[in-house]
Unconditional design. Sequence first.
Length: 330
Amino acid sequence: MTYDFITVGGTTRDISFFTNQGIIIKNRLDILHQNVLAFESGAKVKVDKFYYSYGGGAANAAVCLANLGFKVACLAPVGDDESGRLILDNLRSKKIAVDLIQTIKGQETGSSFVLISPTGERIIFAQRGANTKLHIDAGQIKSLRSARNIYIASLSGDWQSELKKIFSIVDANGPRVFWNPGMTQYLQGASKIAPYLKKVSVLNSNKDEAIEFIMTSQKHRKLGRRFLNNPENLVRTIHSFGPKVVVVTLGKEGVIVYDGRKIYRREIIKGKKVVDTTGIGDVFNSSFAAGMILFFDDIEKSLELALVNTASKVAHIGAQNGLIKYPVKS
């Protein structure tokens, strides 16, 4: 079967909880940790309520893309446990093909504990579990080769060998690649992931990840704080490594995009309420990918779709809830 998108990465069973006892500290001493959520040492922190939901980069993107009308398969591992079975049931309920899902015997499914502040900002404590055992076999390579588009989320485990397999089938006549590397990939440095970037249609990152990536490059590592804090410098520098379009999300400051010709900047769309920002990166990035297909590479329209979907999601708890369906109703 030919899919519009195959999403590759991880799946998780999530537990979210709220607390109002943390404080945000502006840290001017470390450019890589500029905002810190802190709690009193030794304190007992009151938790209001627990919520159970689903997450993981590949699963979140798959749900988002399926909602927007695409035929989607998810290529990711789960453990042979109850959480893994629940994830499969959830994906099926969202009309996502699960024939490429790998059930890893003897492994626990990945899980995340998501701490949410009163403003909706969150910190995620992630246990990778079965996600570290992703292994793309010959049959899955065949499916990837026939897909129209591949969306790659954060990868765990022996990700370099799996990444090499994916990009071995990407050429001018093959699927387009939309890539949202995780911090694990960025921290490995430009030398590890730069060779693939010339085959990438859209590369996504947040500001912290962009800074991390640039600082791993020997050519750019001595650039100062002022240079690195300028979003235009970030997208231009990353674009020089080869991706056709670079997208860097800036949190509350919006998003910036560069296609080698023009800089695009947009502010976030403020919804009526912000409950939970978990998964907004996955929602934004996969919605942007969807827009690039639906609107024939129109970056302005793709940004609008991504921002609208993100604004809808943050009003709901969980990474896969509150997503819009296409066509978008005004």
